[in-house]
Design a protein around this ligand. Structure first.
Ligand code: NCD
Ligand code: ZN
Length: 339
């Protein structure tokens, strides 16, 4: 068995880097692991204009240092104008736009209240080849939290993909068999990102010996059958599935609270975490496609130059990193990213 894995430099196609002091704490972890990352726009206030995104990109550059390229997304609201999307794409600022159903997750209050409201934007995006990143959960209170992704696919995504057949869509952080199946059977312009936590955890993790706020993210982790389906998709070799960590840091106090925030900070050991899954599935040879090829190809960007190497060595993930509790805290992983 080989003691190193060398792959083309990977990218993270879904990350929350935050802003201000939190950005300063977390940016270097993503920059150490990845050449590029799609940065989610759910700041307060949200990143809705080309100017805001350009300024945010500068702040990320300053925090992450050279050698890392942040790729910016527009936060869609009921009032987003198609012109703002076209302009930002032409200026090389937007790579995609993000659909947050209003109320679905952290800082989604300004999100879209009815898909009808963004039809002109979707029309334009289809025309200009701009990718739509989707947080795929309905928000109706009568829908069980664990069913929200499956219901979103039925009620919103299937009709959308039918109505905008050439729109490039990424269903973000998939968590269910229904999502994996939907993406597999959709045309090539529909893809999905997969996080480490949805590959490692099922919903028992939320309640293992007590309430576990650090296993809480959105979409929430699901039953074992769904974890297994998402795993199968990740290691299938299909170009429709690619790496998106959804690393979403929140201060420890905000997680360990009577009303704890959703989000798992997985950036510091992201590749190591994915490598553990691919190794368990005897699919280490498919890690490079998932981490370094499929996302770039889908977005129509060049694959990165250069390589990174993982070395087989036992590493215990610290209980805390820069004041934050990381994914896998106090657990041991068997690969470490060199350098
Ligand atoms: C994300 C966050 O904290 O910004 N939280 C999460 O649980 N994933 C938002 C999101 O991606 O849903
Ligand atoms: Zn996210």
């Amino acid at each position: 068995m080989s003691d190193t894995i060398t792959i083309r430099r990977p990218d993270d196609w879904h990350v929350h880097l935050r802003d201000g002091p939190m950005l300063a704490r977390v940016a270097r972890h993503t920059a150490r692991q990845f050449a590029r990352a799609i940065v989610m726009p759910n700041l307060v206030p949200p990143v809705t204009t080309v100017e805001q995104a350009g300024a945010y990109r500068e702040r990320i550059h300053a925090a992450a240092g050279p050698g890392f390229a942040p790729l910016m997304t527009a936060y869609l609201t009921d009032r987003t104008s198609p012109e703002e999307l076209s302009r930002g794409q032409e200026e090389g600022v937007w790579i995609a736009a993000k659909l947050y159903p209003a109320g679905a997750t952290t800082n989604s209050e300004s999100g879209v209240t009815d898909i009808v409201n963004i039809r002109p934007c979707l029309e334009r995006m289809q025309q200009i080849g701009m990718v739509l990143c989707v947080h795929g959960e309905v928000t109706e209170p009568d829908v069980d939290v664990f069913d929200r992704e499956a219901v979103f696919i039925e009620r919103i995504l299937e009709p959308m993909v039918r109505d905008f057949p050439a729109l490039k869509v990424v269903l973000e952080h998939i968590t269910t068999r229904q999502a994996a199946d939907f993406v597999a059977s959709a045309p090539a312009n529909v893809a999905a990102t997969i996080t480490p936590q949805h590959l490692h955890l099922n919903r028992n993790a939320l309640f293992a010996g007590g309430l576990r706020p650090h296993a809480y993210c959105l979409p929430v982790v699901k039953r074992e059958e769904h974890r297994l389906a998402v795993r199968k998709a990740a290691v299938s070799g299909s170009p429709k599935y690619f790496l998106g960590t959804d690393s979403a840091p929140h201060a420890r106090e905000a997680k360990e609270s009577a009303c704890g925030c959703a989000g798992i900070f997985n950036a510091p050991f992201a590749l190591e975490s994915y490598a553990a899954v691919f190794e368990e599935e005897s699919a280490l040879d498919l890690l490079e496609g998932f981490a370094s090829h499929h996302g770039a190809d889908f977005y129509g960007l060049p694959r990165n130059e250069g390589t990174v190497t993982l070395q087989r060595t036992e590493v215990v993930v610290p209980a805390e990193i820069d004041g934050l509790v990381p994914f896998h805290a106090c657990e041991s992983l068997s690969w470490r990213l060199a350098g």
